[in-house]
Design a protein around this ligand. Structure first.
Ligand SMILES: [Zn+2]
Length: 304
């Protein structure tokens, strides 16, 4: 009797132990652990395929509200202004014809008159700054000012390291259909007292009525321009001169004005021409002229 009871107890205990063991086994395998305490390596997710297929991985192209470069309709909107900063880091002594017309049109200056492609220009007698540096600084100020007022500005150069002949410069502005081209230069003279701003426009050229009319038109514009230049800067207003000797003018099919902004041989103007505040005044003077002139014919507006 006692033996039978003992056997039943042992069997019952064994059964409980077996069930407990089973439960522990099942629970531990579900948790990814081996029932023997060893870590089973977690199944690596097959992510390579999903990376390329998952639509969430493709970068969304968000339509940024790109600001349209619509020019602010400033007072100079519609005007195309050419600016040619005179000279460049190195002059080019190769020759090019000073004019496109033949000797039958003009016996003194014609396509047989050969001139250097680009001269090296003058330099500040007191600052030692070369003309090509001053002309670019001034030109960039003018560009910024005119663009801020809505004008379209065509620059023949924006760095010193270029190789542009005077014909090249004229062609750039011809092709851009400029309403007027400003050729920015600085002057030099033997006498250090000589000072002031002056301008040069074309002469008789090929002798045609059209050419003469263009020259007269340029002279009128230049006279106005010098008044505004002088008013803004305080520089002495000198004359507007006409000449057949400038390649850049002779090859220009659009109105073109050489502005000799001042004398680098004069102490005060040499310093002024290479100083930012004075350069700003030059830009202001030219902007004031363009905003006030009634002489300038807008080619773009008239659809010429
Ligand atoms: Zn020059």
């Amino acid at each position: 009797m006692r033996n039978k009871l003992m056997i039943i107890t042992v069997v019952a205990l064994l059964s409980v132990a077996l069930i407990l063991g089973l439960i522990i086994f099942v629970v531990s395998t579900r948790q990814g652990r081996s029932p023997f305490g060893q870590e089973t390596p977690a199944p690596t997710e097959q992510s390579t395929a999903s990376e390329t297929e998952s639509p969430s991985e493709t970068p969304e192209i968000t339509e940024e509200p790109t600001e349209e470069p619509t020019p602010t309709p400033g007072p100079l909107a519609g005007l195309i202004i050419g600016i040619d900063p005179g000279h460049q880091a190195s002059g080019n002594s190769e020759k090019e014809p000073c004019a496109p017309w033949g000797s039958d049109k003009n016996s003194s200056v014609n396509n047989g008159t050969m001139k250097a492609k680009t001269t090296s220009g003058t330099a500040g007698k007191f600052t030692n700054i070369p003309e090509y540096i001053a002309t670019l600084q001034i030109s960039l100020k003018i560009r910024d000012k005119l663009e801020s007022l809505g004008a379209t500005v065509v620059m023949t150069r924006e760095t010193h390291e270029v190789n542009l002949s005077n014909i090249d410069r004229a062609v750039i502005c011809n092709e851009a259909g400029c309403d007027v081209v400003l050729r920015i230069h600085c002057n030099g003279a033997e006498n250090p007292d000589v000072n002031g701003v002056e301008a040069w426009v074309r002469g008789n050229g090929d002798g045609t009525a059209e050419y003469k009319a263009l020259g007269e038109y340029e002279k009128k514009l230049a006279e106005e321009l010098l008044l505004y230049f002088s008013a803004a800067t305080g520089a002495t207003k000198r004359n507007v001169n006409r000449s057949d000797n400038y390649t850049g003018l002779n090859w220009s099919t659009v109105p073109s004005i050489i502005i000799e902004c001042g004398f680098m041989s004069n102490r005060e103007e040499d310093v002024n021409l290479t100083s930012e505040p004075y350069q700003e005044l030059i830009a202001e003077g030219i902007a004031n002229w363009l905003m006030s002139t009634t002489s300038l014919e807008k080619k773009a507006a008239s659809g010429e």
